[in-house]
Design a protein around this ligand. Structure first.
Ligand code: APR
Ligand code: PHB
Length: 399
């Protein structure tokens, strides 16, 4: 094995951001190599959200990996809000002149992208240890990493930091060059995946109840994903499947609760809720994309969609650089992304604030939340605002 390689774009991280970037660049003839810390199986074992905006579905098609979502995705035309034990549909499609979202799991998106990469013989180096970035402020950046005990070097024109929130790329930027904005919410989500038909196969259900938030989602017509708000310090071991199902039902309206089909969980985990943005997203020849640069709380399912649009802007910028010898896209990458990111940050924060029980907000805060929910379901203007953010902004929004 040679210990030195060269490529045009070195991508760090084989999550959805890195894999989609690799596919879009390959399609345009731009060489890339992905370095991933984990094994492919480990990457696929992480369960994340599963609602795709049309912009994301279109990007999967553009990258040549659209057949999975086309054949196995489920179109959603509405969402339902539950509060005070009543269900209120929001007809997203009619409020947005025909737009829809598609339920298709992030795990499936990742699997499709991995298969496409393997089929096209594109290089992904899994289990790359001790990845380190060097000289990214110069014209000649490079990366060192370890395979077993051997140190390898990868030279590239550009480095794409697609290595998630805990990755090495953002951490390699000098503290004085980056500004971080963060909000941590005082609760988590306990989620389970189960091979049972979803209670609401054509709309995600968001429930605000006295006992806390609950969400009914799906991965397919035979696989469901449900969540309940839990305390930040709660542990998965505290929740048997029976306890989970019983608590979920208590947070839904009685009719819906009676329709829930329960079964053994195949995955159960607790996720913290965080809003986070790092600015800027470019440092010389290093570009951050996806969770490496920003996190949204999962309410509204914007994480994967934001990652996809970052990567679209980034691939366009690199392609322009190679084909048209123009640096314009590269120079505008960060500001272009951040405009869209802050819109989604606002939306995710707002929906999180509206739907959850906050430990320190009793009385007044709760009454205002109820009034806003009541206003939302009775006002076309507010419902339209929810719907247009839920289906996502167009790609050229930031122009
Ligand atoms: N070296 C190499 N790879 C790394 C390193 C490192 N030092 N650190 C992290 N990685 C890898 C992780 O193992 C992971 O596979 O980078 C990948 C990052 O993937 P994600 O965390 O899935 O981030 P991203 O691809 O940006 O996807 C964003 O994932 O978290 C959700 O809500 C989010 O849906 C959104 C999507
Ligand atoms: C999910 O399916 O995991 C999901 C769906 C909608 C959300 C959040 C998560 O708002």
């Amino acid at each position: 094995m040679t210990k030195t390689k060269r490529t045009q774009v070195a991508i760090i991280g084989a999550g959805p951001s890195g894999l989609l970037l690799g596919a879009l660049l390959h399609k345009a003839g731009v060489d890339n190599i992905i370095l991933e810390r984990q094994s492919a199986d480990y990457v696929l074992s992480r369960i994340r959200a599963g609602i795709l905006e049309q912009v994301t579905v279109d990007l999967l098609h553009e990258a040549g990996v659209g057949s999975g979502v086309e054949n196995h995705g489920t179109i959603h035309h509405s969402i339902e809000l539950v509060f005070k034990n009543e269900r209120h549909p929001i007809d997203v499609t009619s409020l947005t002149e025909g737009k829809v979202v598609t339920a298709y799991g992030q795990t499936e998106v990742t699997k499709d992208l991995m298969q496409h990469r393997a089929l096209n013989k594109l290089e992904t180096i899994y289990e790359a240890g001790e990845v380190e970035l060097h000289d990214f402020e110069s014209q000649n950046p490079y990366i060192t990493y370890k395979i077993g005990d051997e140190t390898h070097t990868l030279y590239a024109d550009f480095i794409a930091g697609c290595d998630g929130f805990h990755g090495v790329c953002r951490a390699s930027v000098p503290k004085g060059s980056i500004k971080e904005y963060e909000k941590v919410y005082p609760f988590g989500w306990l989620g389970i995946l189960a091979d049972v038909p979803p209670v609401s196969p054509h709309a995600i259900i968001y429930a605000n109840s006295d006992r806390g938030f609950a969400l009914c989602s799906m991965r397919s017509m035979t696989r469901s994903r449900y969540y309940i708000q839990c305390a930040m310090e709660d542990k998965v071991e505290n929740w048997s499947d029976e306890l989970f199902w019983a608590e979920l039902k208590k947070r839904l309206d009685p009719e819906l609760a009676s329709k829930i089909i329960t079964g053994p969980s195949i995955e159960k985990s607790i996720a913290p809720l965080r809003s986070f943005v790092a600015e800027p997203m470019r440092f010389g020849r290093l570009f951050l994309a996806g969770d490496a640069a920003h996190i949204v709380p999962p309410t509204g399912a914007k994480g994967l969609n934001l990652a996809a649009t970052d990567v679209k802007y980034l691939s366009t910028a690199f392609i322009e650089y190679y084909k048209e010898k123009s640096s314009a896209g590269i120079d505008h990458y960060s500001s272009r992304c951040l405009k869209r990111i802050w819109r989604a940050e606002r939306f995710s924060w707002w929906l999180t604030s509206l739907m959850h029980r906050f430990p320190d907000t009793e009385g007044f805060g709760q009454k205002v939340q109820e009034a806003e929910l009541d206003y939302l379901v009775h006002s076309k203007a507010l419902s339209k605002s929810l719907a247009e953010n839920y289906v996502g902004l167009p790609l050229d929004f930031a122009e």
